[in-house]
Design a protein around this ligand. Structure first.
Ligand code: ADP
Ligand code: MG
Length: 307
């Protein structure tokens, strides 16, 4: 089994009387791109702050690379982690390059080594042509990219990003997604929060869904899809076939169906046999696995989620 780099056990976190995290457990293994998905206010940032050792759990244990990340000045743990939070904390009056060099020095990288390393990570996020410009002149997307470069300064094995692509321009989004994949292909571990389902489905190997401080689903992306998603069956009939009448019959039989011209789509039940339709002149039929969006909506909206 792969090495567990982030291990949260039964974490509760209160803000005053309010319980923001209600006993969450999750493990992130080396090499995973782990997407942490949930609506606003569900506890994503709180979880990330716990992993970074910026706050302490009320109950439960947090382990990162085997150690307790709290308080955040624990050098060994921290050196191994790069992070980007919603607020970037960049210095407006320094250039991009100066900001990253300053950060390098905090990690004990100095002199020419710091300059070289800073230029390298700035190049990775495609910001080299802006590195001598003051950060106060940067757009939001440019700031995000620089913050990501800064997160990589110590060549960390674990990269934690809180909503990295929220509100950014398409080019920045593309660069950030590409970076996450590159990092994972080098054996690094990426943990990021998002409420963008498409992004999670496109980039992640693993996913946890959090709702109101509880994890309601957690595992390999395909397992989560298979567990909570239903495959949908599409059947295409001859163009002159009366799909409307057949649709009505199927509806009476209890199927949730959708008719569009010669195409009928439905969620098959166990007793459905495609051969029963063959007399109607089927042109073709195929199944489509549900998207993460469907799974998420099923789990997160109250009408269906009972887990
Ligand atoms: P997310 O990042 O998923 O939007 P957060 O972890 O920021 O969620 O917040 C989870 C819940 O905890 C929210 O209801 C939020 O209002 C509350 N919360 C977060 N930080 C604080 C704080 N410092 N004091 C009081 N309540 C907080
Ligand atoms: Mg947040």
């Amino acid at each position: 089994m792969a090495e567990v780099l982030i291990d949260l056990k039964e974490i509760h976190r209160f803000y005053g009387d309010f319980e923001a995290l209600k006993g969450i457990s999750l493990k992130v293994e080396k090499g995973q791109i782990f997407g942490f998905l949930g609506p606003n206010g569900s506890g994503k940032t709180t979880t990330i702050k716990l992993i970074l050792g910026l706050i302490k759990p009320s109950f439960g244990t947090v382990r990162v690379s085997g150690g307790d990340p709290y308080p955040n000045n624990h050098r060994n743990v921290r050196k191994n982690i790069g992070s980007m939070l919603e607020l970037d904390g960049l210095y407006e009056k320094l250039t991009g390059l100066e900001n990253v060099i300053f950060w390098a020095e905090l990690f004990g990288i100095n002199g020419l080594k710091a300059v070289k390393r800073a230029k390298k990570v700035i190049k990775l996020v495609e910001m080299s042509e802006w590195d001598n410009i003051l950060v106060s002149k940067y757009s939001f997307g440019m700031r995000k990219r620089l913050a990501l470069a800064r997160a990589l300064i110590s060549d960390p094995d674990i990269i934690i990003l809180d909503e990295p692509t929220v509100g950014v321009d398409p080019e920045t989004r593309y660069i950030i997604r590409k970076m996450m994949k590159n990092l994972a292909s080098q054996g690094k571990t990426v943990f990021f929060s998002s409420h963008d389902l498409e992004e999670i489905q496109k980039t992640c190997t693993h996913v946890a869904i959090i709702k109101k401080g509880k994890i309601i689903s957690n595992g390999a992306l395909n397992d989560v899809l298979a567990q909570f998603g239903k495959p949908k069956l599409f059947i295409r009939f001859e163009s002159d076939f009366d799909t409307d009448s057949l649709g009505k019959k199927l509806e009476k039989m209890g199927y949730q169906i959708h008719v569009e011209g010669p195409l009928i789509s439905l969620y098959p039940k166990n007793d459905l046999n495609i051969d029963d339709f063959s007399k109607y002149g089927i042109i073709d039929s195929w199944k489509v696995e549900s998207s993460l969006e469907e799974v998420y909506l099923n789990l997160v909206t109250d009408k269906k989620a009972k887990t």
